[in-house]
Design a protein around this ligand. Structure first.
Ligand SMILES: [Zn+2]
Length: 164
C-alpha cells in the first residue's frame, strides 16, 4: 500500500490531495488502471481509502515487484515524518527508490542526507547492519524507527544519534 504513484513524471501523494483531486484520481483509475504507475514495477494501480480514512494506492499484483506490504501505522508514520522534514526546511522525498535501496523518507539539506526507515515488523541485526551499510556507502545517514530493537543491538559508532 504505497502512498505515492506517478502521473507521467509527477509524483502523486494520495493523502496530500484535496477531495476534488482524489475523486479525479479514483475516477481516472477506474477507467484505466494505467492512468498512474508505480516506479517500482508495472503493476496496475488502484486507489483506496483505509477504514481509518487514509488515502493510498495499491498494487494489483506484486508478481514482478519486491514491494513489501506496509501496515496503515507504517504509512501514517512515514507521512508524518515526511511532513515534519518539509516543515523543518529539508527537501524530503517520500518513498524514495534509489539504485540499491529504498527509503521510507529521504531528507536532503545542503550536503546532508538522512534516510528514515520505519521497521514495525521484526528485523534481525544482520539485516539491519546490511541495510545500514548500503546507505552508509551512498553517503546517507539512517534514522530507524523500530517497534522492536533488533536482538543483539548495542549502541556504537556505527549507530549514532542524530542531533541536528
Ligand atoms: Zn511495485
Amino acid at each position: 500500500m504505497p502512498l505515492s504513484a506517478y502521473l507521467y513524471t509527477q509524483k502523486i501523494i494520495a493523502p496530500l490531495l484535496n477531495d476534488n483531486e482524489w475523486r479525479h484520481i479514483v475516477k481516472s483509475l477506474k477507467q484505466s488502471p494505467d492512468y498512474l504507475h508505480f516506479k517500482c514495477c508495472g503493476s496496475p494501480v488502484y486507489a483506496r481509502t483505509s477504514s481509518r480514512g487514509l488515502r493510498h494506492f495499491v498494487h494489483k499484483n506484486t508478481d514482478h515487484c519486491n514491494y513489501v506490504s506496509e501496515s496503515e501505522d507504517h504509512l501514517q508514520m512515514k507521512l508524518e515524518i515526511y511532513k515534519a522534514c518539509q516543515e523543518l526546511g529539508w527537501n524530503a522525498e517520500l518513498e524514495y527508490i534509489g539504485e540499491k535501496f529504498r527509503a521510507d523518507v529521504l531528507a536532503v539539506k545542503d550536503e546532508r542526507k538522512i534516510a528514515f526507515e520505519i521497521q514495525l515488523s521484526r528485523q534481525d541485526l544482520q539485516t539491519t547492519i546490511n541495510r545500514q551499510n548500503i546507505l552508509h556507502k551512498a553517503g546517507i545517514r539512517c534514522a530507524w524507527f523500530f517497534n522492536r530493537i533488533p536482538k543483539g543491538y548495542r549502541t556504537n559508532e556505527f549507530f549514532t544519534c542524530i542531533r541536528n
